[in-house]
Design a protein around this ligand. Structure first.
Ligand code: PMV
Ligand code: MG
Length: 360
């Protein structure tokens, strides 16, 4: 039996701008995981503990994975298919049927609560790792990331794919997304092997460390509107001149701030990291106001205020509209005081830290 895992993720800074090629984000992998078990079997089955009453049977027609009935596992099937296409192109014979069992720490399974820790990115990455492992392939993070992007593109998923990079690489990364227009054109004229082997325009993934003495504290403020809807609502505004100007300005100041943040991590400069978080929060607030969107909800503002009252820095993380706020603390005592203050205000401190190494 094969087991594979992928960590969840949180944006530290650079969200929204990162959807455009050329604008970096800093993203963290967090130590809650998605788990996949793969077992060769008489017939193909997909089971996820999130839908305990459902087992989806699958088989192959030629090289194509198929299911008898519509089911909620399109992303999982697309991930399996991409790896099989890649392996077939390498000359590997694909004939085994298998059972996939999927379990996630990233959302609360009992209550169905979603924390916004990137479960769809993590399931993509973990399924790809499981199938690659079964065929004894090396799990190079860049290969896993590229296959994960291809799996999501095939089912028309949008966004920067920063979550896929964080779940594939672990730790802290500076992420520049691939140029989607380039990717679309490249896909029309390249085989899957060429796609995997060539450099991707715009893509850069660099591992970082947070400066010594900075620790992560994450608070959850309640479920958010979907990230896709928030990003689509932002993109829907861009035909209006004023909003276009807000957007261009945001992109520009954001990049300056993110470059400082990345340099500060490389220089182990705690103060400069704190400053960049404060600046990026303000930039996101101005951007949201100018676009007529809500990124930092009242509860996320409270989360930041309570953190700042104890001398820490904090901001909303990711698409916002709810979900997690992220705070950088400088001592266990400070962390404890903030977590306490959050809990008293209905903000749930999540027991997360940075996942520097893979679980396997
Ligand atoms: O809400 P999250 O943590 O999934 O982050 C979304 C980040 C965005 O930049 C808003 C969208 C994206 O795909 O990068
Ligand atoms: Mg979110």
């Amino acid at each position: 039996m094969i087991e594979a895992t992928a960590p969840g993720k949180l944006y530290l800074a650079g969200e929204y701008a990162v959807v455009e090629a050329g604008y970096p984000a800093v993203i963290l992998a967090v130590n809650q995981y998605l788990f996949v078990q793969l077992q060769p079997a008489e017939s193909g089955v997909i089971y996820s503990s999130q839908q305990p009453d459902l087992e989806v049977a699958w088989s192959r027609q030629g090289q194509q994975i198929c299911t008898a009935s519509p089911n909620p596992y399109q992303l999982i099937i697309s991930s399996m298919q991409v790896v099989e296409d890649y392996l077939s192109a390498l000359g590997v014979t694909i004939d085994t049927l298998y059972r996939l069992d999927i379990r996630s720490d990233l959302d609360d399974e009992q209550s169905g609560t979603k924390y916004g820790l990137g479960s769809s990115g993590a399931v993509t990455v973990a399924v790809i790792k499981a199938v690659l492992s079964y065929y004894q392939q090396e799990l190079a993070p860049l290969l896993v990331y590229k296959l994960a992007v291809l799996a999501q593109l095939r089912i028309a998923m949008s966004g920067s794919f920063g979550d896929l990079a964080a779940s594939s690489f672990g730790g802290v990364i500076a992420y520049h997304s691939v140029d989607r227009n380039w990717l679309k054109t490249a896909l029309e004229s390249s085989s899957i092997l060429e796609m995997v082997e060539q450099d991707w325009k715009g893509l850069a993934i660099q591992t970082l460390d947070l400066p010594d003495g900075l620790d992560l504290l994450v608070g959850w403020t309640g479920s958010a509107a979907s990230t896709d809807q928030l990003v689509a609502s932002m993109q829907g505004q861009l035909n209006q001149e004023e909003k276009e100007a807000t957007y261009r300005h945001f992109l520009q100041v954001n990049r300056t701030c993110l470059e400082k943040l990345i340099r500060a991590c490389q220089a182990n400069d705690r103060l400069a990291v704190r400053e960049a978080i404060v600046t990026n929060r303000k930039q996101l607030q101005d951007f949201a106001a100018g676009m007529g969107m809500v990124i930092e909800t009242p509860q996320l503002s409270r989360l930041c205020r309570l953190a700042e009252a104890e001398g820490a820095v904090a901001k909303s993380s990711g698409a916002g509209g709810g979900d997690c706020g992220i705070c950088l603390v400088e001592s266990p005592a400070q962390k404890e005081r903030i977590a306490q203050a959050w809990a008293e205000s209905g903000i749930v401190p999540l027991p997360l830290s940075i996942a520097y190494t893979d679980r396997e």
